[in-house]
Write a protein that binds this ligand. Structure first.
Ligand code: CMC
Length: 427
């Protein structure tokens, strides 16, 4: 048995042999399939890239049918249980778990870069008080690019490393600025004696107390949420980071593009959309009619369905458990009952079952965020902070991969044929 695919072109009767490797065929091999010498050659047509592998990656594995997620081979359940976000960030970027000295150095490097130059606060001050947090975050990431001119040397591994650390360190600081700007509260400087998440909570919530003491349950819960959101292979925002980065754009602007992609309600904006949906449903008694609306195509059940998972999203399972721990501290979120009822009905309904629509990561995360005191428009930012680490790992892998080129898909032109320009008075 040879690892090839035989193709017969019924237009010409010619036969072709195309190599198969890792369950894929090279799309470029189709180009030799032509009707005549003038023909451009066959292309694959794949809107939304639903069945196109655009890279080889060693970072994250998802088996959507089995509901499996692993970072660098480690099951997400083990990482959520035993690791920390800072350690997971190292793992995603370096490929291996750090030993003690490596982790200490990594933690130190991230901790000492948490400050952002005061000058950039002027950028924050330019936003209207009700500007969406993700718009501000995207702009601030792009603004950092103007501040770090040397980050343009993307082919230099040392420069890359320096800015990877800076971005991971500064994401919580920028996010906290976005949060406090909306509330009209003064910005809080980082407290580098706290953990990554502890310091983030400090920059968000500290008021007049001399030292902020994060609640250990909430600190750990947010750390676990950060672990769960750190990477998810070739999703829309990671693809944006890779595509923009493939033009050798600096990491700040590449991540601004990724952040803009994450903002959308079909991607990272879904956690915000879930909360708005739960509020709109308002009562358990309205769940049935809402589900009927979704089935008739009137709307989508937000937080349900996934391009890759055709099984329960393993992150959703962990978050559901986490929610109960958080509610012990914050009190139960009254929207939880509506969410549980939605899940119960949907998991038993032929429409959702036949389409393999299960809760995804965003279904329960918003309930936790809301109970912790975050406004809905801030939810996607809480997704963006840890995902920046995944974007950076994907961006770096793309730059180090000799097979990668600037992203430039083809199209099937279906527009007007050649025609002559008509002057305005002749139209
Ligand atoms: N509610 C109702 N019907 C749905 C839903 C939903 N949430 N998701 C998919 N469907 C239906 C869809 O109408 C279609 O039905 P039919 O075959 O009759 O036309 C079928 O299921 C397949 O849907 P699709 O749109 O072709 O699937 P997709 O892979 O293109 O979309 C998705 C994936 C996540 C965009 C979609 O499931 C969705 O819009 N979900 C709600 C938004 C959401 O929760 N997004 C967060 C994703 S997880 C976090 C992340 O990775 O960003």
């Amino acid at each position: 048995m040879s690892d090839t695919l035989s193709i017969k072109d019924n237009r010409t009767g010619k036969e072709y042999e195309v190599p198969i490797s890792d369950g894929t065929i090279p799309a470029s091999a189709l180009r030799k399939i032509k009707v005549d010498a003038e023909d451009f050659g066959l292309m694959a047509y794949d809107p939304g890239l639903k069945n196109t592998a655009s890279c080889r990656s060693k970072i994250t594995l998802i088996d959507g049918d089995k509901g499996i997620l692993r970072y660098r081979g480690y099951p997400i359940e083990q990482l959520a249980e035993q690791s920390t976000f800072v350690e997971v960030a190292y793992l995603l970027l370096h490929g291996e778990l750090p030993n003690k000295p490596q982790l200490d150095k990594w933690t130190h490097e991230i901790t000492v870069h948490t400050y952002v130059h005061q000058f950039l606060i002027k950028g924050m001050e330019g936003f209207k008080w009700d500007a969406h947090a993700m718009g501000k975050m995207t702009s601030m990431l792009a603004t950092l690019s103007t501040f770090y001119n040397d980050s343009k040397k993307v082919r230099d591994p040392e420069v890359r490393r320096e800015h990877i650390i800076k971005i991971i360190a500064k994401m919580p600081t920028l996010a906290a600025w976005c949060f406090r700007h909306a509330l009209g509260r003064p910005y809080i400087y980082p407290d580098n004696s706290l953990s990554y998440v502890g310091n983030f909570l400090n920059m968000l919530f500290r008021m007049s107390e001399p030292k902020y003491e994060p609640n250990p349950v909430l600190e750990r819960a947010l750390d676990v949420l950060f672990i769960l959101h750190a990477d998810h292979e070739q999703n829309c925002s990671a693809t944006a980071a890779r595509n923009v980065g493939s033009a050798e754009t600096d990491p700040y602007c590449s991540l601004a593009a990724a952040n803009a992609a994450l903002y959308g309600p079909l991607h990272g904006g879904a956690n915000e959309a879930v909360l708005r949906m739960l509020r709109e449903i308002g009562d358990v008694k309205n769940v049935g009619s809402f589900i009927e609306d979704c089935k008739s195509g009137g709307r989508r059940l937000m937080g349900f369905g996934h391009r890759v998972y055709k099984n329960y999203d393993p992150r959703a399972r962990i978050i559901k458990g986490l929610a109960h721990e958080v509610f012990q501290v914050t009190g139960k979120n009254p929207l939880l009952d509506i969410a549980l009822e939605l899940e119960k009905i949907a998991l038993d309904d032929e429409y959702f079952v036949s389409r393999k629509l299960y809760p995804n990561v965003d279904f329960y995360s918003g309930l936790i965020y809301q109970s912790m005191g975050f406004p809905v428009e801030f939810f996607p930012v809480l997704f963006a902070i840890p995902r920046a680490c995944g974007w950076l790992a994907q961006w770096q892998e793309m730059l180090e991969d000799p097979e990668q080129k600037i992203a430039r898909p083809r199209q099937v032109y279906v527009g007007a044929d050649l025609r002559d320009y008509k002057p305005l008075d002749a139209r």
